[in-house]
Design a protein around this ligand. Structure first.
Ligand code: COA
Length: 159
């Protein structure tokens, strides 16, 4: 059984992330979407809120599980018996950072492979921080995130 993990901050999970997860379901038997708790980012949503949002967004995909982790990604992958790390590549500017991370992960654990998937071109310009900014400034986020996440963003910024 081929297991893969899809790590990230997902603050919040966007349609671009969902597009990657959907593509991964065609390639792997099980995908664990996992939130990095020790990311240097200061998230708007708590880990529990993000887990809930990803679960709701991927509920129709039976092979997808949602989790969170602390510490090194490759250690977490091994703990979950996953041999593949999925990352999304949106454009050339992602490449340098992703290349460094993939090679460093390989240096630490050469039995874990990184697989890059490209989202649909409609999502190449999307990022979680851009979505947060649009929501904060009262813009329409409905083309970028699932409906229930749009609602949560509105709630966050109305308090
Ligand atoms: N659609 C929309 N946005 C996307 C996307 C897609 N398909 N793919 C990436 N992005 C965006 C994210 O929303 C995020 O945007 P933001 O910066 O505005 O928040 C950005 O691209 C990349 O962030 P993300 O995919 O969440 O990754 P990250 O860089 O925050 O997280 C980890 C990287 C968590 C995987 C990495 O830090 C890690 O492995 N940490 C664990 C510790 C470790 O092992 N470190 C050693 C690594 S060598």
């Amino acid at each position: 059984m081929k297991r893969a993990i899809y790590p990230g901050t997902f603050d919040p999970f966007t349609n671009g992330h969902l597009d990657i997860v959907q593509r991964a379901t065609a390639l792997f038997d099980k995908i664990i979407v996992t939130i990095a708790k020790n990311s240097s980012k200061d998230p708007l949503f708590t880990t529990e809120e993000r887990i809930d949002m990803i679960r709701e967004s991927t509920a129709y995909l039976q092979s997808v599980q949602v989790d969170s982790f602390e510490g090194l990604l490759v250690n977490y992958a091994k703990q979950k018996n996953a041999s593949v790390v999925i990352r999304g590549l949106r454009m050339i500017s992602d490449f340098e950072y992703e290349f460094q991370m993939a090679l460093m992960n390989r240096k630490i654990a050469d039995d874990i492979e990184t697989v890059f998937l490209m989202p649909d071109e409609r999502y190449t310009y999307l990022s979680s921080s851009i979505v947060r900014e649009i929501a904060q400034l009262g813009g329409d986020c409905s083309p970028f995130v699932p409906l229930h996440i749009e609602k949560r963003l509105k709630e966050k910024y109305s308090t």
